[in-house]
Design a protein around this ligand. Sequence first.
Ligand SMILES: [Fe+2]
Ligand SMILES: [Fe+2]
Length: 244
Amino acid sequence: MECKVFEIARDTYRISTFHPDFGIQFNQFLVADDEPFIMHTGLRQMFSTILEGVKSIIDPSTVRWIGFSHFESDECGALNDWLEIAPRAQPVCSLVGAMVNVNDFAIRTPRPLADQELLQTGRHDLRFLATPHVPHGWDAGLFYDETERTLFCSDLFFHPGDPVPLTTSDIIESARAAILAGLNGPLAHDLPYTPLTEGALKRLAALKAQVLALMHGSSFRGDARRAILDLAAVLKEVLGTSET
Ligand SMILES: [Fe+2]
Ligand SMILES: [Fe+2]
């Protein structure tokens, strides 16, 4: 495997690895600031590949913050590998994430973030948003770079294949097709539709982000508010009324 690096916003690099076995991209993001921030580590088996990508931008040992949405292998599987090569690095995650997983799992104590807490990395202000069960996991949260108006949105808008790094055209149709295709597969019910879903997505839409940084699929530059509201409508239509 090899990775492709693309700057999707100022100081913000998408490090993309297409995994042929899964047929999907695993995208990590680096905010190359005074205190470099990585948004999700990728799978542990991908660590050396992603490390090469980060090395092409900064000295990896200077990484200061490692954020992720929820506790899964593609979000934080390589967390301890990063903590070993970056002596000042610290995990940043939700309070729930720290309490139920990361305090025990990580080889260095995490910095737990409350909802709306600010993480300043130098030029960039990253706002942490606790989003339980969005996209999934009660520990879930997302980071919003208020400086560049980039929302790191984890598994939201998931779409498969190896698409372009950044698109200005519609991502909803790809996301909708992936949600429908997934309903009958072994990974069905990855996005739970809960009483919290609609409110959380409306809150994300209200940010009026300019860029959506997706873990799986193309990043999007454009009317993110519209895209998120459209995603909320798709989830409600497809999942909100399904019988369980
Ligand atoms: Fe996930
Ligand atoms: Fe993921």
